[in-house]
Design a protein around this ligand. Structure first.
Ligand code: SF4
Ligand code: FES
Length: 246
């Protein structure tokens, strides 16, 4: 079945033709065409770096991160196969057990991408034993609270702060299970950086780590982005509205 205008190249995603622009990734083209592929570390304003692997699809039989995989005419892409969904579920369950995520009391509940992708994939429990890492809150900044318990290491704040804000407030340190987010100040405290509320880094976190103080629950639970619609509807309609921008 074809949704493609006749003048654009297409690839096939789960049996449907997806048109794309040269240079577009499989994920970006799919979203623009109204087809959802689950993802966590992708953000349309930044170069994809393919770290979370939640967006993995099979392209001509081989696994690839769809956010970094360029769309090519005639490729056959599978995303909704059962084994791919199971792999994504496992990755999301790892993330839930690696940090300390208590959704019902989290300021980001209802607007958190990890929570919404979990619902999308049918994650009903963490499956693995929680690690309960010790990650103290950083409340040293007058306007911003940093709750590292929820960090999924997507690097979006690192890139936003370095590339857009030109401040490099955040970095990732360590490897594997010891990898963690750090604040680039001699004290290691957010209050000793130049982070400000207007920074891009304030708005890119897909979970509830970087929080504005004194704004808790200003949007009531039940009225947040993913309360009304599942993430597949929110993500594809946002991509479609950008496509229709003048
Ligand atoms: S604080 Fe948020 S944006 Fe930064 S790496 Fe962690 S999850 Fe990603
Ligand atoms: S969204 Fe593609 S690897 Fe994270």
């Amino acid at each position: 079945m074809s949704d493609a205008p006749p003048d654009r190249p297409t690839f096939q995603l789960d049996g449907r033709e997806i048109p794309f622009e040269p240079g577009q990734s499989v994920l970006a083209a799919a979203l623009a065409a109204g087809r959802y592929i689950p993802y966590l570390c992708y953000h349309r304003e930044f170069e994809p770096h393919g770290s979370c692997k939640v967006c993995t699809v099979r392209v001509n039989g081989r696994p690839h991160a769809s956010c970094t995989e360029p769309a090519r005419a005639g490729d056959v892409v599978e995303s909704s196969a059962e084994d791919l969904t199971e792999q994504r579920k496992t990755l999301v369950q790892f993330l839930f057990t690696e940090g300390n995520h208590f959704c019902p009391s989290c300021e980001a509940s209802g607007s958190c991408t990890l929570q919404a992708v979990g619902y999308e994939l049918g994650v009903t429990n963490a499956h693995f034993s929680p690690l309960f890492p010790d990650r103290p809150l950083d409340a040293s900044h007058p306007e911003v609270l940093l709750d590292l318990n929820r960090c999924i290491l997507c690097e979006l704040c690192v890139r936003a702060s370095a590339l857009v804000d030109k401040k490099s407030v955040f970095s990732l340190s360590g490897r594997g299970i010891t990898k963690h987010l750090v604040v680039n100040a001699e004290s290691g405290r957010l209050g000793d950086t130049h982070l400000s509320l207007e920074d891009k880094a304030m708005s890119v976190c897909p979970v509830g780590v970087i929080l504005r103080k004194r704004r808790g629950f200003s949007v009531p639970i039940g009225q947040r982005a993913y309360d009304a619609e599942p993430i597949r509807a929110v993500a594809t309609s946002a991509a479609a509205s950008r496509r229709e921008d003048p």
